[in-house]
Write a protein that binds this ligand. Structure first.
Ligand code: SF4
Length: 383
């Protein structure tokens, strides 16, 4: 029998050839999946609290977020789904199935299915502590498409309740590079395979500020050249996928930190940027918005706006004029004539790169470079 081939996807995740990856992951990597963070409330289970990557700002708090945006109504979810042209949504926390969260979780699944239609894919993460047959039926009835468990070893058996309810059933767990844990993980994969689960999604073990002290105390190290990968997690994960692939029929997918933190975010930014882009902005390959901004005193800005319109003949719809600044496409700002005019008029010009949001609270200026320097850096100076 031929050995199964392990394939690296273009998003830098790994899977077994011909078995593909779970639908929730496919959408995530394309940036078509929104993340509903229900709230930061969970039972703080012993098996995962010590490596929990939830930020202090969210952990234990009641606030709900859709992607980066904090919301106070269900309708705001629809707004965000539209902004990124989402094809699906994941529900996470906290534990969305912890008793105090249950009503809200079911309500949200129903609401999204009603508004986005049956085909809109919803998957949910749970530690499994509160899971039972009755709950499995309720979730399936509400329209949940996929459920992912990260249970303690003593609680694997609850996964069985989710089977044969019309939902795709799988697990999502980190790859903690310790001999005992990896041995248990192998047993877990065999168990999932035996009961007829569909997949396991393995995550590279993450070193981040909320868990850094606990990981340090347990002697975990950061992989050299990375900012969030625990040393040896990726190596062990790829070995695990290779070892297990010939022995089981379930899908095994390994998601790297690079895919999670960079690729997914980039894809989502690109989709959002395409929806909200204004005529003076252009989209970078990372999904950020790029434009030029002229800054100065109110009176000077007003006069310069007239120059841009009447002398440089920039169409009005390419300009955004506010009291103390004007935004315009960088192609116009690169013109030597415009740079000379800026100096003559005592104004400052910058190239701005920003995250694709309109709300000030979420939009971050990632770079602000003086136009002259930007031209130099891009090799656009004339001589
Ligand atoms: S259940 Fe989730 S949110 Fe709660 S401690 Fe575990 S990993 Fe963190």
């Amino acid at each position: 029998m031929r050995e199964p081939v392990i394939v690296e996807s273009k998003a830098h995740t790994f899977y077994i050839k011909k078995k593909n990856i779970p639908k929730g992951c496919q959408q995530c990597l394309k940036g078509t999946k929104a993340v509903l963070f229900l709230n930061g409330i969970c039972q703080n289970p012993r098996h995962c609290w010590w490596y929990c990557p939830i930020s202090e700002k969210r952990k234990g708090k009641k606030d709900t977020y859709i992607n980066e945006i904090q919301i106070s109504s269900k309708e705001q979810i629809l707004h965000e789904l539209k902004a990124i042209n989402a094809k699906g949504m994941s529900i996470t926390g906290g534990d969305p199935l912890f008793e105090p969260n249950l009503k809200k979780t079911l309500e949200y699944i129903n609401f999204i299915k009603e508004n986005k239609g049956k085909k809109f894919h919803i998957h949910l993460y749970t530690n499994g502590l509160n899971f039972n047959e009755d709950l499995a039926k309720k979730l399936a009835r509400a329209g949940l498409d996929e459920i992912r468990f990260n249970p303690s070893k003593e609680n694997w058996n609850v996964i069985k309740y989710a089977l044969n309810k019309g939902m795709i059933v799988g697990a999502e767990v980190p790859v903690i590079p310790e001999v005992e844990y990896i041995d248990d993980l192998k047993k877990f994969i065999f168990y999932l395979n035996k009961i007829g689960a569909d997949f396991i999604n393995l995550n590279e073990f993450e070193y981040c500020s909320p868990n850094s002290q606990n990981l340090k105390d347990r002697n975990f190290k950061l992989e050299v050249g990375t900012i969030a990968s625990v040393k040896n997690s990726k190596k062990q994960a790829i070995k695990l996928v290779k070892d297990m692939a010939p022995k089981v029929s379930i899908k095994i997918h390994f998601c790297t930190i690079r895919a999670k933190d960079y690729w997914q975010m980039r894809e989502r930014y690109l989709r959002r940027a395409r929806t909200i882009k204004l005529p003076y902005e252009q989209i970078t390959s990372d999904g950020l918005l790029l434009y030029a901004q002229i800054e100065g005193e109110k009176i000077d800005i007003k006069e310069f706006y007239a120059i841009l319109l009447n002398e440089i003949k920039i169409p009005q719809n390419f300009l955004s004029y506010q009291e103390i600044n004007i935004k315009l496409p960088i192609t116009f700002a690169m013109e030597e004539l415009l740079i000379d005019l800026l100096i003559q008029n005592n104004l400052k010009g910058y190239v701005i790169e920003a995250t694709p949001f309109r709300e000030e609270k979420y939009q971050q200026i990632t770079e602000k470079t003086p136009i002259k320097l930007f031209k130099e850096e891009m090799g656009l100076n004339e001589n």
